[in-house]
Design a binder for this molecule. Structure first.
Ligand code: 0PR
Length: 393
């Protein structure tokens, strides 16, 4: 290797060494994890692939179709249409774009009127970005005692106070960023069916967890249904780069069928495919290839094992919290654990000074720990010690 190249790599390494490493077990507030080792080889193989011009990369394009088919399978959809894109943010913005387009069609001469969309208070901030771009109108019903959208309130709202043009869309969350809760999509689906409303489910996190959640981790009387088997669920965000263990960037947007493509297509007459539907034009095929490989390699059984390990560790954390006198906000639904705290910002900053990175909830005073696959029981023991030291200081 030329001296200059070696020097550049050495220089880069210095920067990279300052980054935290998942395997050190100190990253407790991230929805990403160390990608599966097979990813390295695939990244190299697909380095120059560009799905922005799919005619040049027909092999990668075909793989994308296969991945969407496999993801469709875990979401109970035999005819899925969708893309592996940059992440949950792009996926959610894409879904809002479709709702906006459909609503315009419905509003006729009032087509400049904003789309009215029901959005949970706990929705990810990516929806704020969509609102800025598309001037949407969000309506947020209160949360019920389980920290999910109050379905009864919503039903009354839609029936009693429907605006002239009604509600154009409902966003439901399956694996909420803050608490890991799942909206009652079954009930929402009934309401949506009755009033002809589009449902988008944000399962960016839960999409690779809920289908693989064993019975013993499922809470009684809790509704885990969230997929295309429910009527009026027309799109789902599901991110391989979260619990799917794919490297970044790998987000997923899946629609019920191909008919939704027309709302996204813009003309791109000089490209090999003369229409483009994704928000991002030039886009790597790395996410497609890694997701394809991981779904083949791990299969349902592999993902089930990963999810069980994370759930087991989540319950281990709950047990340790109890021993040390810390309280949870809710019994974990998925592998996200909440720790009540009067001043979560202060505590998280103290923890950060000690090298621990946790995050916080917005809807309740609590710390939030995402028990990802890189976290083991020893990390949890050490973390609880550190947390209790914060409280003593
Ligand atoms: N929808 C949900 C439910 C999410 O939790 C997130 C991200 C998104 C959409 C957006 O996904 P992208 O970030 O892929 O666009 N949730 C995490 C969060 O905001 C993202 C994250 C990941 C944050 C790793 C920190 C981190 O270290 O907490």
């Amino acid at each position: 290797m030329e001296i200059k190249e070696k020097e550049i790599l050495r220089e880069l390494k210095k920067y990279r060494e300052r980054d935290l490493k998942y395997e050190d077990g100190k990253i407790l507030g991230s929805m990403c994890s160390k990608p599966h080792p097979i990813s390295k080889k695939i990244v190299e193989m697909f380095l120059e692939s560009n799905l922005g011009d799919p005619g040049l990369f027909p092999g990668t394009k075909e793989l994308e179709g296969e991945v969407i088919k496999s993801i469709g399978n875990i979401l109970n959809n035999k005819n899925p249409f969708g893309y592996i894109i940059s992440g949950g943010t792009e996926a959610n913005i894409t879904a809002m774009r479709v709702i906006k387009k459909i609503s315009r069609g419905k509003k006729g001469k009032d087509k400049d009127k904003k789309a009215n969309i029901i959005l949970p208070e706990t929705a990810h901030f990516s929806f704020e970005k969509a609102k800025d771009m598309m001037d949407l109108n969000y309506i947020s019903p209160p949360l019920d005692k389980n920290y999910i959208m109050d379905v009864k309130y919503l039903k009354d709202y839609i029936e009693d106070k429907r605006e002239k043009h009604g509600i154009d869309g409902i966003v439901a969350i399956a694996g909420c960023t803050e608490l890991g809760t799942i909206d009652n999509v079954l009930e929402l689906s009934k309401i949506a069916k009755e009033h002809n409303i589009y449902i988008h489910v944000d399962a960016a996190f839960g999409g690779f967890v809920i289908p693989f959640l064993e019975e013993r981790y499922r809470l009684e009387n809790y509704n885990y249904e969230f997929d295309f088997s429910l009527e009026n669920v027309f799109s789902i965000t599901i991110d391989p780069h979260k619990m799917g263990l794919a490297p970044i960037p790998a987000g997923g947007i899946v629609f019920k069928d191909y008919s939704f493509k027309k709302y996204l297509d813009v003309e791109a007459p000089y490209l090999t495919d003369t229409y483009q539907a994704t928000l991002i034009g030039t886009r790597t095929g790395i996410g497609v290839a890694t997701t394809w490989a991981l779904m083949k390699l791990l299969g349902s059984e592999g993902y089930r094992e990963i999810v069980s390990k994370c759930m087991d560790n989540s319950y281990y954390l709950i047990k340790k919290m109890k021993e040390y006198g810390f309280e949870k906000v809710i019994t974990p639904v998925l592998n996200i654990v909440t720790i009540k705290d009067e001043d979560p910002l202060r505590t998280s900053l103290m923890l950060r000074d000690m090298g621990w990175y946790v995050s916080m909830c917005r809807c309740v005073d609590a710390l939030r720990i995402i028990v990802m696959p890189h976290i083991n029981k020893e990390h949890i023991d050490n973390f609880i010690e550190a947390l209790s030291q914060c409280k003593r200081d």
